[in-house]
Design a binder for this molecule. Sequence first.
Ligand SMILES: [Zn+2]
Length: 93
Amino acid sequence: MTHRRRYRYVEMNLAPDPAADPYTVRATCLTCADQSPEPEPSQSITGQHQQAQRWCTSHAARDHPDGRHLRYTAHVTLRWLVTPAEDIGPIAP
Ligand SMILES: [Zn+2]
C-alpha cells in the first residue's frame, strides 16, 4: 500500500522565544567542570558576561589558589522560537 503525502513550502520566522529567558552567559572550568552561577534573567547580556568572567578569576584565585584551574569556556545560550508564517495544521500521525 502506498501512502501519498502532500508537502508545501511555508515561510518560517525566527525570533527570541518569549516563553524563555532570551540569553544566558555561563563559564565552565575546564579543569573541574564547575560552572559559574545561573545568572539572573533581568541581567543584561553584558552584565552576565562580566559576572561569568569574575567567577573565573574568583574560582582560580580563591577556590583553587594552587593555580591549577586556569582554563575556561564561556557558553552563551540564545533561546529562539520558529513560527510558521501561516497555519501548518495538526502534527502528522
Ligand atoms: Zn575548576
